[in-house]
Design a binder for this molecule. Structure first.
Ligand SMILES: C[S@@+](CC[C@H](N)C(=O)[O-])C[C@H]1O[C@@H](n2cnc3c(N)ncnc32)[C@H](O)[C@@H]1O
Length: 200
């Protein structure tokens, strides 16, 4: 099943699967983001991060494989009277043509074989001093039922980040236990990896 098919089915249900508030870790990193620079949300789904930062005055582009997720993002943006540029695309086929000051991703479950090429594209798309900030389920999340895939190849290790991004400073790459409260989709104790990576 393609990512688009899988996520379209999930996002076809009523409501916002991960709620309408931004990911708490990404929100807590707001000081890293520069309003004068373009801001990209990867695997943004129904748009909770994109809308939050658009409301704060950022110039936001959101990419996702799910056209249904992005349609809900656009309805949410309209309701909040903000504009977010959207593009429905499989990130494995993404051919970035622009540079960004900020790139974020929350719970983008890329297959382990697809991470290196995606991370290279992210790194090359960051402006100097630009940041990549995200939160991802770790392989230890298999022990918890708070959300996320039950396939180890879709879960991350700190080495996934440490072994990539050679042109960047890894300000934070940390595996922690946290308590998620993100809609119906993410509830309870969870093992996550939080990253703050800055292009040199
Ligand atoms: C767990 S959801 C998280 C959505 C959103 N980031 C959030 O936290 O609310 C994973 C998202 O990643 C997107 N996704 C997964 N694999 C993708 C790929 N290869 N290309 C583009 N989007 C992808 C899905 O469509 C889905 O919207």
């Amino acid at each position: 099943m393609s990512q688009q098919h899988f996520w379209n089915e999930k996002f076809s249900r009523e409501g916002y699967l991960y709620g309408k508030r931004p990911n708490a870790f990404i929100e807590s990193c707001s000081n890293y983001f520069d309003r004068k620079k373009s801001f990209l949300c990867l695997g943004e789904g129904e748009g909770r991060n994109a809308i939050y930062f658009a409301k704060k005055g950022f110039d936001i582009t959101a990419l996702d494989a799910s056209d249904i997720g992005l349609k809900k993002l656009e309805e949410f943006a309209k309701y909040e009277s903000v504009h977010v540029k959207t593009k429905c695309i499989d990130l494995n086929k993404w051919n970035p043509s622009k540079k960004y000051g900020s790139i974020v991703a929350s719970y983008l479950h890329m297959h382990k074989d697809d991470r290196k090429p995606l991370f290279e594209k992210i790194e090359n798309s960051l402006e100097r001093d630009g940041v990549f900030i995200g939160e991802f389920f770790s392989t230890k999340q298999l022990n918890y039922s708070s959300g996320g895939p039950k396939d180890i190849d879709l879960l991350y290790t700190v080495d996934d980040f440490l072994d990539n991004f050679s042109m960047c400073k890894k300000i934070k790459v940390e595996e922690i236990l946290t308590n998620l409260d993100e809609g119906k989709g993410h509830q309870g104790k969870a093992s996550v990896i939080q990253v703050v990576i800055k292009k040199l």
